[in-house]
Design a protein around this ligand. Structure first.
Ligand code: NAD
Length: 500
């Protein structure tokens, strides 16, 4: 097995071997970006400079779109059964390179290897789903809508689609979109987060090796300038976005103004409601894993425990005890259960929230600010932090912290807890821990977050179910993966026929 950096620098790099400048993938070739500036990709566990990423703009995007438009007619005309053949090969290559990809994810993002492996598995799930496109893409028909007149609809691809993705799942999130879009007959471009572009470099090497025709998949790099170029490009039919809510809202508005289909998945503040009748030991253990997994940088993290009545006291101590078991460190080391946060700047931002919580009067029941890794003093580490006595109107309860900080809040009754959850403007996911089917059902019925766990910490829908939140966590109508993906990446052509 090759070390991850060698893998990551196989095709798409120039410059020094230690911190190469990565390339873009356009029309089946790795080419230099025309960007004038580069950003840095660093290993959050060590602060080591891994690569330089070109901060591309309209020129790179235009080259990628032209390649995708040129590839589209032949790809669209390729029968679906033939379109999925390279997809099956891609799936095999992902299995063969599974651990290499997971190591690249850990190296550029910082999460533990186990967490990286789980995320790569979810990426493979999506590729497997897309392999079924000849069945999934079928339309419907009805004979004799009037005497002698038949009607049917076909799902047809629409052209070039793009995905703009966040830093926290570098290998997985682009695979929520790309496999389904291209299996439907579209061509595609990905703009990964400029903070973690290396996993996608490897994925694109494998896509190329799998034999997709030149121009079907393209990769560009950059940040706002590249994103704006994607939103404004007349050659792009639709955009899938995942990231923070303010950017999601911006993407949705600007993309729609330019006549594009847009699905924009935003940020999260997920509540876990714990009823007194729950298995409190399990609830504490699972909530701790949910909150501190991926160092809290997960859109499905349960970052607020809302305990009802007597459950509050019991959960408070149990959560602190559980969190103390977490072993912080370099995610590539065995036994480590929580890695660093993504950048030094993000560490400062999370520290700022902890200061804010103290100033607002919450009780700091576990303080992770002092954590230092003696072997890696440059890493962006924080220990797990828990606030108790948190009130719904505190900033730490309202804003997405996206770090290893858990807020514990009390509600006197189930109804009061439901109202607190409903008042929050984000509605990505939520969980309830209870042994009562009645409360579980009532909770599902009444709250808005559209990914819901019952006695589950991370309510993550699988590839064959739709993924996405509600309210300020989601802008659009069709969600990611599942059948929604087929709807998003196709238009329905209805034909009404009479033969004389
Ligand atoms: P981000 O919004 O900063 O960046 C996401 C993407 O948008 C990146 O590709 C980035 O280059 C681009 N971008 C950033 N600022 C921009 C701007 N002003 N204009 C145009 N484009 C811009 O998000 P992030 O920090 O990379 O990721 C973390 C966020 O993503 C969290 O809020 C998290 O909850 C969210 N997220 C949501 C889901 C979900 O399913 N809803 C999944 C994963 C992550």
């Amino acid at each position: 097995m090759n070390p991850p950096q060698e893998q990551a620098t196989l095709s798409g790099t120039t410059g020094s071997a230690t911190a190469p400048t990565i390339k873009i993938f356009v029309g089946g070739r790795w080419v230099d970006s025309t960007a004038k500036t580069t950003g840095e990709v660093r290993n959050p566990a060590t602060n080591e400079l891994l690569a330089r990423v070109p901060m591309g703009g309209a020129d790179d995007v235009d080259r990628a779109v032209k390649a995708a438009l040129a590839a589209y007619p032949a790809w669209r005309a390729t029968p679906p059964v033939n379109r999925v053949r390279p997809m099956f090969r891609f799936r095999e290559l992902l299995e063969k390179n599974f651990d290499d990809i997971a190591r690249i994810v850990t190296r550029e993002h910082g999460k533990t290897l186990d967490e990286s492996r789980s995320s790569v598995r979810r990426a493979v799930d999506n590729v497997e789903l897309a392999c079924g496109i000849p069945s999934l893409m079928q339309g419907l028909g009805l004979e004799d809508i009037a005497t002698g007149i038949d009607s049917q609809f076909f799902r047809q691809p629409m052209g070039v689609f793009a995905a703009i993705t966040p830093f926290n799942f570098p290998a997985m999130v682009p695979m929520w979109f790309l496999p389904h879009a291209i299996a439907c007959g579209n061509t595609f471009l990905v703009k990964p987060s400029e903070r973690v572009p290396l996993s996608q470099m490897r994925m694109f090497e494998l896509l190329h090796e799998a034999g997709f025709p030149d121009g079907v998949v393209n990769l560009v790099h950059g940040a706002k300038e590249a994103v704006d170029a994607i939103l404004d490009h007349p050659g792009i039919a639709g955009v899938s976005f995942v990231g923070s809510s303010p950017v999601a809202q911006y993407i949705y508005r600007r993309g729609a103004e330019k006549g594009k289909r847009v699905q924009a998945l935003g940020g999260a503040k997920n509540f876990v409601l714990v009823m007194p009748d729950a298995d409190l030991n399990r609830a504490a253990q699972v909530s701790t894993e949910s909150c501190f997994g991926c160092a809290g940088e997960r859109c499905l993290a349960n970052s607020v425990v809302l305990a009802v009545g007597d459950a509050y006291e019991a959960m408070r101590t149990r959560l602190v005890d559980e969190a103390k078991k977490i072993r912080v460190g370099d995610g590539s080391e065995p036994g480590v259960t929580m890695g660093p946060v993504i950048t030094a700047a993000h560490r400062e931002k999370v520290l700022g929230y902890i200061e804010k919580g103290i100033a607002e009067g919450a009780t700091l029941a576990l303080d992770g600010r002092g954590y230092r890794d003696a072997k890696r003093p440059e890493g962006y580490y924080l220990g797990p932090t828990i606030f108790t006595d948190v009130k719904p109107d505190m900033v730490i309860a309202k804003e997405e912290i996206f770090g290893p900080v858990l807020c514990v809040m009390k509600a006197n009754t189930f109804d009061e807890a439901v109202e607190i959850v409903k008042r929050h403007e984000l509605g990505n996911a939520s969980s309830i821990f209870t042994s009562s089917g009645k409360f579980a059902r009532e909770y599902r019925w009444r709250v808005e977050p559209s990914m819901l766990g019952v006695n589950i910490g991370v309510a993550a829908p699988m590839a064959f179910f739709p993924f996405g939140g509600a309210k300020g966590s989601f802008y659009g109508d069709l969600k990611a993966h599942g059948r929604d993906a087929i709807e998003f990446y196709t238009d329905k052509k209805v034909t009404i026929t009479r033969w004389f």
